[in-house]
Design a protein around this ligand. Structure first.
Ligand code: FAD
Length: 623
């Protein structure tokens, strides 16, 4: 076909990775095309309608700090918000929101449709145009050609997607969507290492057939946490509760009796599933001693009766699904609106990617999202933003940028994937980060927004709001350092009510906040001390910075010590055979991964401290 149009960046796929990638490239001024199967499914949540959680909430805040859409859309769609680990330290506190699936999609689409420099086109991408190991564009199912300097593939679970329900299976990208067969075939011709993974989803249930009176209600927090640094409570729709129920011995018997028709337990499914999101058949087999498993009954939205029973993802045959659901307390008369299923799909070994997410073999071609072996919307969104941003930089012949492990969870994600690869769907946890105290949800903007602004990802409104917040924090910290409560101070009696041991000598407000029993908000309620900051995010920041200053400084010192070696660059396309003393195994691994920095090299499994010393000596000799 003669039709041909040229862009700077083309993003294939309109899921969580694709939307963030397209928006990032367009925000950076690139003429961008988002090419996707179906405009109606832009921002579609394939599985659980929820965003955030431990580690994942951190990623969402980082996406937001860099101007992305996920947190904003969640504020507009969230129907039950909670702060998880609220009683624990700030490093592991995490925001989670149950979302109205339709409101979420609508919020994402609104942002996409109003983004300058971005065009959307509905059509499957069947082929890539590659010339001299450089991608030049894509070809659609109809044969339309779109040319571009960079292409980002974010095609999720669709590559060679195979849906399983019991021993029946058929091709599909996810229930109701076509698979990507032609593109999968084309990608298998290219020199990437490819594998199969699987994931699954539970059957959905009609709320009108559920007895909530025998379940435990779980309301959200009040006041609700706000996800976006630019968000507000006013954005949030009506809040409704989730409910909790449990499986029982009868449920487990039904499942055990159905295992001979399970695609997972009869070897029909070969792909490896997410360890931390196992199917119910996996749970009762792996934890055979447990007599019950918790199930969260989560609403799918405000205008639908459909429910998502979180905890019973399954690919058992439909009759087994029905019986197992109806054996659960409160679900005895449940009507299933959609069967649960598992899906197997192709993913590409992320060790074949640079830290920019550009593929090592095809210049200008970037991969992001589930295609890289991850699971989850948040992991996909974070990669999408990185890939879209780096595709935009590459289209302008500029150097790529990736945050480091001590700067962002996104940095941890990129480094883990590109250095170690993954054999099972990768999800983020706070335990993956070595510098957790630095990488908190609350300071994601302080860590990243200035860099985002420099890259062109952050608009004027966000930048102005960020600078105002920083100014407020700095002024307040100065005031708290300089204002003293002395033994004759008019506020002394009120202050003494807050502290464990009454003040015997003068103390600054900062000293008082350092005490574990004193919190900023209570102190600010005292006349002549408060009112303090009215912006709760700025106030929280002041309190955390003061209370954790000692620990934060210690971690910062550790990071500084590591930094020199961490950031020492290694040559590209380098044959490590020339470094004397390295074992054959080390040479093989370094040649395969081609680490970009000494830090990355040190995290490759099997690379010993001795090998790192040899590399350092070699680099020093080279000058
Ligand atoms: P997706 O959200 O899948 O988006 C891919 C996009 O690419 C779609 O818009 C699609 O239409 C488009 N596309 C595909 N091929 C083409 C093509 N050739 N041309 C044009 N457009 C194309 N995550 C969890 O964290 N926990 C879970 O329990 C969980 N369970 C899941 C269960 C199922 C059944 C599925 C399908 C997914 C599940 N996920 C789960 C994963 C979660 O949905 C994904 O991690 C996330 O959606 C990945 O985002 P993505 O942008 O990479 O891909």
């Amino acid at each position: 076909m003669l039709f041909q149009e040229t862009f700077d960046v083309i993003v294939v796929g309109g899921g969580h990775a694709g939307t963030e990638a397209a928006l990032a490239a367009a925000r950076m001024g690139m003429q961008t095309l988002l090419l996707t199967h179906n405009v109606e499914t832009l921002g579609q949540m394939s599985c659980n309608p929820a965003i955030g959680g431990i580690g994942k909430g951190h990623l969402v805040k980082e996406i937001d700090a860099l101007g992305g859409v996920m947190a904003k859309a969640t504020d507009r769609a969230g129907i039950q918000f909670r702060t998880l680990n609220s009683s624990k330290g700030p490093a592991v506190r995490a925001t989670r929101a149950q979302a109205d699936r339709q409101l979420y999609r609508a919020a994402v689409r609104l942002v996409l449709e109003n983004q300058p420099n971005l065009k959307i086109f509905q059509q499957a991408c069947d082929d890539l145009i590659v010339e001299n190991d450089q991608v030049c564009g894509v070809v659609t199912q109809m044969g339309l050609k779109f040319k571009a300097k960079s292409v980002v593939l974010t095609v999720g679970t669709f590559l060679g997607g195979q849906i399983h329900i019991g021993l029946q299976n058929y091709s599909g990208g996810r229930a109701g969507d076509p698979p990507s067969i032609a593109l999968a075939r084309r990608l298998r011709e290219l020199p990437f290492r490819v594998g199969r993974l699987k994931t699954g989803t539970p059957p959905r249930i009609d709320a009108r057939t559920v007895d909530f009176s025998v379940m435990q209600a779980q309301p959200g927090d009040n006041p609700t946490p706000v996800f976006s640094f630019m968000g507000s409570h006013k954005d949030q729709p009506t809040q409704i509760p989730c409910h909790i129920t449990y499986t029982n011995e009868q449920t487990h018997d039904i499942i055990r009796n159905g295992l001979d028709r399970s695609p997972m337990y009869t070897g029909v499914i070969e792909g490896i599933g997410p360890r931390y999101c196992p199917s119910i058949e996996d749970k009762i087999t792996r934890f055979a001693d447990k007599d019950k498993h918790q199930i969260f009954i989560e609403p799918e939205g405000l205008t639908t009766h459909e429910l998502y029973p979180n905890g019973i993802s399954t690919s058992l045959p439909f009759d087994v699904q029905l019986n197992l659901v109806r054996s659960i307390k409160g679900l005895e008369n449940a009507h299933i609106t959609r069967p649960g299923y598992a899906i197997e799909y192709d993913f590409f070994d992320p060790r074949d990617l640079k830290t920019s997410f550009e593929t090592k073999f095809i210049k200008g071609l970037f991969f992001a999202g589930q295609i890289n072996g991850t699971t989850g919307y948040e992991e996909a969104g974070a990669q999408g933003l990185m890939a879209g941003m780096n595709a935009a930089l590459s289209a302008q012949d500029k150097d790529s940028w990736t945050p480091s492990r001590d700067q962002a969870y996104v940095g941890v994600l990129v480094d883990d994937l590109t250095t170690m690869g993954t054999k099972e769907p990768y999800r983020m946890f706070t335990s993956r980060a070595e510098y957790r105290l630095m990488l908190r949800e609350d300071n994601a903007d302080i860590r990243l927004t200035a860099k985002g602004r420099e890259l062109g990802l952050v608009d004027d409104d966000r930048w102005a709001a960020f600078n105002h917040k920083i100014e407020q924090i700095e002024l307040e910290r100065q005031r708290l350092k300089q204002q003293w409560i002395h033994p004759q101070h008019a506020a002394l009696a009120e202050v003494n009510k807050l502290v464990k041991t009454p003040l015997s000598k003068e103390a600054s407000l900062e000293d008082l906040i350092r005490r574990p029993e004193v919190n900023y908000q209570d102190l600010m309620k005292i006349d002549l001390v408060g009112p303090g900051l009215t912006d709760p995010a700025a106030a929280e920041q002041v309190e955390i910075q003061i209370k954790y200053e000692g620990y934060i400084n210690r971690q910062q010192d550790e990071i500084s010590k590591q930094e020199r070696n961490e950031n020492t660059r290694l040559p590209a396309n380098f044959d490590y055979k020339v470094v004397k003393g390295l074992s054959n195994e080390v040479i093989l691994k370094l040649n395969q991964v081609q680490p970009e920095t000494m830090g990355q090299a040190s995290r490759i499994s099997g690379i010993t401290p001795a090998a790192i010393s040899l590399l350092l000596v070699y680099l020093k000799k080279q000058g």
